[in-house]
Write a protein that binds this ligand. Structure first.
Ligand code: RM4
Ligand code: MN
Ligand code: MN
Length: 429
């Protein structure tokens, strides 16, 4: 294994930070023990928790208006993997990378898989891209992709998804995430019923090409790039499509893809109820698909989502193994710092959800004791779980203070000397 940062740097920083961490960890351990919780058990659950990072999140994103690159930013999948390895080396919570094609295209995928393995990484879900035209592409996606009115365009979109499966087999992935930007900008532009029929027919062709142990994750999104209607706009369309396609089709919930104030945790519970919860794209949002850092706007919502996931674990329906991925656009921060901070925010909501006293919660629910049911959640949410996360990271070889060590490593400044500058231009969808 050839990890990017020096082990000594991490060890020295940890040596300085350990006494305070031990003090905090033991103090929290005593506090939790008073309510019958064994802190080491929680730490063990956290040690087993991980979230995938998106290859496309390693570079600076942007908006429709601008992109502000930073020097030392990665410009190809090899450099992105290196940055993802830094995130995992420090956090020990992000060992998998989710790829996007054709953005991450290379000529030798077996070699890419080895390259990732040498950095301590493996590959998560493959994301197909039929929301942009590529240079030299035969048919434009301006009329849609899987749901296009044009048969040749639909066939091209199906072909691309099948190629993604083939690439994924070589990379060791077992999930294909399909998000299409298909939809309309004007009432009347397309028939709302027939466009869904076309989508379902095309999606069935992709589904038929899935290997036995693969899943197809359908990602819904309310709007953008289509501003009047989107073909898979909401969890209702998503679950209906997944039910029609078959068992291997599941729904993926991107936290930013709903109307403002929608009760996402309830959507999570519903999808689970019907065995269709496939995974997440974690991010946060204030207005729309803002792709802001996880937990930066509404950490309580993230906690409530994890609360449903812990409930779901206790009541599994079918094969309950949701995949956790980050999907963010880092427009004003160093992407490595954003993903370090986001992985921590996500794991901390998971830790708080495990801390919920389920016995009290269920008893209060059954007795219609609203206040005590709410307090069972609130007590867990109020616990500062940072020492548990830091101790789990430390024991796994990561950094106690991830951001401090990252800054000390001067990684970005060093890469600025080696990597070619990024062009300007628009950002990510
Ligand atoms: C979309 C959606 C997809 C992501 C693209 C880049 O809004 O979130 O998951 O692949 O953006
Ligand atoms: Mn997404
Ligand atoms: Mn999105």
């Amino acid at each position: 294994m050839n990890l990017p940062l020096s082990d000594e740097l991490i060890a020295e920083a940890n040596h300085r930070a350990l006494p305070a961490l031990e003090e905090d960890y033991h103090a929290l351990g005593r506090k939790l023990a008073r309510s019958g919780v064994e802190i080491d058990t929680i730490k063990a659950r956290i040690a087993g928790f991980s979230v995938a990072v998106p290859s496309w999140g390693a570079g600076r994103g942007g908006t429709r208006f601008a992109k502000f690159p930073i020097s030392g930013e990665p410009t190809n999948i090899h450099e992105k993997l290196e940055d993802c390895a830094v995130i995992n080396q420090l956090s020990r919570a992000t060992p998998r990378v989710s790829t996007h094609f054709p953005w991450d295209k290379v000529s030798d995928y077996a070699a890419l898989r080895e390259e990732a393995a040498s950095l301590g990484l493996s590959f998560d879900a493959i994301n197909s891209n039929t929301f942009q035209d590529q240079l030299g592409q035969a048919h434009s996606y301006s009329t849609g992709s899987l749901s296009s009115t044009d048969a040749a365009t639909r066939a091209q979109a199906v072909e691309h998804n099948i190629e993604c499966i083939e690439i994924g087999r070589q990379l060791g992935s077992t999930d294909l995430t399909v998000w299409v930007g298909d939809g309309t900008n004007f009432p009347g532009q397309q028939d709302l019923g027939r466009s869904l029929d076309r989508y379902l027919d095309s999606a069935a062709e992709v589904y038929a090409a899935l290997p036995g142990d693969w899943r197809m994750l359908l990602e819904h999104k309310m709007f953008e790039p289509a501003f009047y209607s989107s073909v898979i706009s909401d969890w209702g369309s998503s679950i209906l499509a997944a039910q029609q396609l078959g068992d291997k089709a599941k729904c993926l919930v991107d936290l930013g893809h709903h109307a403002p104030n929608v009760n996402i945790e309830q959507i999570v519970a519903r999808l689970h109820r019907f065995g269709k919860l496939g995974g997440f794209h974690f991010n946060d949002s204030k207005y729309g698909d803002d792709d802001l850092d996880s937990g930066s706007i509404n950490p309580h919502q993230l906690f409530l989502v994890f609360n449903e996931l812990v409930e779901a674990e206790l009541n599994p329906r079918g094969d309950f193994r949701p995949s956790y991925m980050i999907d963010q656009s880092h427009n004003v921060t160093d992407p490595i710092e954003s993903m370090l901070s986001s992985a921590e925010a996500i794991a901390s909501c998971f830790a708080k959800a495990i801390l919920v006293d389920r016995h009290s919660l269920h008893a209060a629910q059954d007795a219609n004791d609203t206040m005590m049911a709410f307090q069972a959640l609130r007590r867990a949410y109020n616990v500062d779980v940072a020492p548990i996360l830091a101790m789990a990271r430390f024991e796994a070889g990561g950094a106690i203070d991830v951001l401090a060590v990252y800054r000390e490593s001067q990684w970005r400044a060093r890469k600025a000397q080696e990597r070619k500058a990024v062009g300007l231009g628009a950002g990510i969808v």
